[in-house]
Design a binder for this molecule. Structure first.
Ligand code: GRF
Length: 209
């Protein structure tokens, strides 16, 4: 059984996709051990509680220093003894110590085809604004392992989505979520649960789909 922890900051639609696909069996042999948000108002926390999943808010605002927040976050994550940490719209920088401790055991969903439209400051709606401003005809989403950089870790899965004439950033964001994010994030967890993903020389190899 793969024990996963999900870190969230917002509406939790990616979390909901994971919950639903564990329930339907599309994600094999996996349980969600906890959900942690930095935002006490995140609807993702409501989704977790409705699903009976232990949920907590650990916010930098509640700690005097960044170091104290990072220590509290890592202690909480460690306490649940998860095998895999899933960043599902989590907008806080992951502590370097946590990245080292959970090497190739933290995955993130990014709403573009990395290496396009990613990196520091490029998240959420900004990603889609940049894609439209560049005039790309295809966008999509990427699931990757988290390393010390921003959106730079080994890529596990990607899924392309058409950009249509007249798209607004909001319309494109929704299409990318529906057609790509909610598909490849659960799929990546299923592949990892089955032992079908391995990293060699910085490249993630998916052996079976
Ligand atoms: C999504 O757009 C995702 O790509 C980005 O943050 C948003 C999270 O949405 N990382 P939700 O909280 O999963 O609904």
């Amino acid at each position: 059984m793969l024990r996963i922890g999900v870190l969230v900051s917002g509406g939790g639609t990616n979390l909901q996709a994971i919950i639903d696909k564990i329930g339907s069996g599309e994600i094999a042999d996996t349980e969600i051990a906890f959900v942690i948000s930095n935002n006490k108002n995140a609807y993702a926390l409501t989704r977790a509680k409705k699903a009976g999943i232990p949920a907590a808010c650990i916010s930098p605002k509640d700690y005097e220093t960044r170091a104290q927040f990072e220590e509290a976050l890592l202690h909480a994550v460690d306490s649940y003894q998860a095998d895999l940490i899933v960043l599902a719209g989590y907008l806080v920088i992951i502590p370097q110590l946590m990245i080292r401790k959970y090497r190739n055991r933290i995955i993130n969903i990014h709403p573009s085809l990395i290496p396009s439209f990613c990196g520091t400051g490029c998240y959420g709606l900004k990603v889609h604004e940049k894609a439209l401003a560049r005039g790309v005809k295809v966008s999509g989403a990427t699931v990757h392992f988290v390393d010390e950089g921003t959106d730079t870790g080994p890529i596990i899965l990607q899924k392309a989505v058409e950009v249509l004439e007249g798209d607004t950033p909001e319309v494109l964001q929704r299409r990318v979520m529906e057609q790509a994010e909610w598909v490849i994030l659960p799929k990546a967890i299923d592949l990892i649960a089955k032992g079908n993903v391995r990293v060699e020389d910085g490249i993630a190899h998916v052996t079976e789909r």
